[in-house]
Design a protein around this ligand. Structure first.
Ligand SMILES: C=Cc1c2[nH]c(c1C)Cc1[nH]c(c(CCC(=O)O)c1C)Cc1[nH]c(c(C)c1CCC(=O)O)Cc1[nH]c(c(C)c1C=C)C2
Length: 519
């Protein structure tokens, strides 16, 4: 029998995807989505702002509406659950795609703390030959591929280690610090020494297993096995329409109005459904068992009481923990491990410069800054994690007749938790102090190897505790947490979200897509 009433806690992508998919599966079920903020989408945040742009000769000024992203800005075509939403929400006409052959897909850089300029990460054998990064990469490949028996596979499900420890074991400490830490900054804004390899990169463990202890041998063996596998016709379970075809040969994609279009389309869809109620600016303040012992009782900040038969929590796990502890009447049994993982805070600074991108930075995706050899307490002015060259990947998101260069600098993460850094103070109107902007521009000029012009716009957002870091043991802890939900809250409740299923946009959408499949 379909559920009578499903309450969904949290209006980020996971909550929105849950509401969308549950309402498709059970069109007559009442659904209430509760979000304490006045907006939906969590940290997916796309916004157009007016920028006064001088013409190339400087003789006139025009106003351009420039798109700024402070959360995820591009998506990978491999995430089928997101492609399905693009199809079902008719977003294909808004798609902007970046081919695999574009400079933004091919050129990625590192800025090594302590030395000026950027180093291109070699993506081909030819570019490896001339790269200053070659010694680190070649040594790493040899260490993993030709070391026999020194890296026993960690097959047992309960075994886990940090991503840094795994990479050091296979590829050496210099590789782990130079490439591994930078990669983890770009995804989790976290310290690779804190991040579980099993939770973040389970495929690495599969390669290690397939390669008898070597990741590289395992990758080669897996690729060869896939090539032999040609006869198999895979059953498509996602409703992709023609969208998959549009993604052939593409590295990433977004939308004309940014990733926020996904959120807006989901919100419009839910608003159009009579069975769905979206309560913005009204979070749950208490959560307990229903009065008759059946279902749940939720009280909201505005005083509304809900008595759903089914419950989906997509709240950050620490927020769910706080909610459970503040709920006294008919309290639900506590859940283990909700506060086991730390979270990273990220400061996102969008900067718009006059002039075309070619005048300011090399063509490419942007650059990442590895962990300094001296650790997070020092060695990196302001705690910069990396910079994205936004205008390079998706130039058509902004007006073609306004010559601008848009970059986004990301700061914080482990610099805020382990270092002596704190999020930059902002003035009453939300802007950075001119002294901080000067220091930031000086530092960027050093990274890019050229003096930068005065920016047309600088906008800052600090996302507090926005990305959970699954620490070693996460997968086992989540399995236990899920068991306790099942056994003591019942089959009518599920706990999902970035802190459970993974931090990427596809992981969040997928979690909402599969929630309640057994109802
Ligand atoms: C606000 C900053 C974010 C940082 N990480 C994420 C956000 C939103 C989340 C994230 N970023 C990436 C992934 C992997 C998904 C994938 O594409 O496979 C996740 C979950 C990769 C990534 N990192 C950066 C970009 C532009 C992308 C592509 C996806 C996206 O648009 O987010 C740049 C970047 N992100 C962060 C830093 C410090 C950084 C530096 C250049 C933190």
């Amino acid at each position: 029998m379909p559920p009578r009433h499903v309450a969904i806690l949290g209006g980020g992508l996971t909550g929105l995807s849950s509401a969308f998919h549950i309402s498709r599966r059970f069109p007559n079920t009442q659904i209430t989505l509760l979000e304490k903020q006045n907006r939906l989408g969590g940290w997916v945040m796309s916004e157009r702002v007016e920028v006064r742009v001088p013409s190339e000769t400087g003789s006139s000024v025009r106003t351009a509406r420039v798109l700024l992203e402070s959360g995820p800005r591009t998506l990978r075509p491999g995430g089928q659950a997101v492609l399905e939403l693009v199809n079902l929400l008719n977003l294909a006409p808004s798609l902007l795609t970046v081919p695999r052959t574009a400079p933004a897909a091919l050129n990625r850089f590192l800025h090594l703390p302590g030395s000026p300029g950027l180093l291109r990460i070699p993506m081909s054998f030819a570019s490896l030959l001339t790269s200053p990064l070659a010694p680190t990469l070649v040594r790493a490949v040899f260490k993993d591929a030709f070391s026999r028996g020194t890296s026993p596979p960690r097959a047992a499900e309960e075994e886990d280690e940090s991503t840094d420890a795994f990479l050091t074991r296979h590829f050496g400490g210099t590789f782990a610090r130079t490439f591994g830490s930078a990669l983890i900054h770009g995804i989790y804004a976290a310290d690779a020494r804190d991040l579980s390899i099993r939770a973040a990169f389970p495929q690495m463990l599969e390669y290690e297993q397939a390669g008898g202890g070597s990741v590289i041998r395992g990758m080669i063996a897996t690729a060869l096995a896939r090539r032999k596998d040609t006869g198999e016709v895979k059953e498509g379970t996602y409703e992709l329409g023609g969208v998959e075809g549009l993604m052939q040969g593409m590295s990433v994609y977004s939308f004309k109005e940014g990733t926020g279009e996904l959120v807006d389309a989901l919100e419009r869809d839910l608003e159009g459904k009579e069975s769905v109620r979206v309560l913005k600016g009204d979070g749950a303040v208490s959560l307990g068992k229903g009065e008759s012992g059946d279902g749940f009782e939720i009280r909201t900040a505005s005083g509304t009481t809900l008595t759903p038969s089914h419950l989906v929590s997509s709240l950050p796990l620490p927020a769910l923990n706080a909610l459970l502890h503040s709920s006294s009447s008919r309290a639900l049994p506590a859940l283990p491990h909700l506060t086991a993982n730390p979270t990273s805070s990220v400061t996102v600074v969008n900067i718009v410069f006059p002039g075309p991108p070619t005048s300011l930075h090399p063509p490419g995706f942007g650059y990442l800054v590895p962990r300094p050899a001296s650790d997070y307490a020092d060695g990196n002015a302001l705690g910069i994690l990396g910079t994205v060259f936004d205008s390079c990947a998706l130039p058509t998101q902004d007006p073609a007749d306004a010559p601008i260069t848009k970059v986004t600098v990301m700061l914080g993460g482990p610099y805020y938790t382990r270092g002596r850094f704190a999020p930059p103070p902002v003035d009453g109107d939300g802007s950075l102090s001119s002294e901080y902007v000067r220091r930031l521009l000086d530092e960027l000029s050093r990274h890019l190897g050229k003096q930068l012009p005065a920016p047309l716009l600088v906008r800052v957002r600090t996302h507090e505790a926005c990305i959970p870091t699954p620490t070693p043991g996460h997968v086992a802890r989540i399995a236990e947490m899920r068991r306790v939900v099942r056994e003591s809250w019942g089959e009518a409740a599920e706990v999902i979200g970035a802190g459970v299923d993974g931090v990427s946009v596809p992981a969040c959408v997928e979690a909402g897509r599969t929630v309640g499949r057994n109802w």
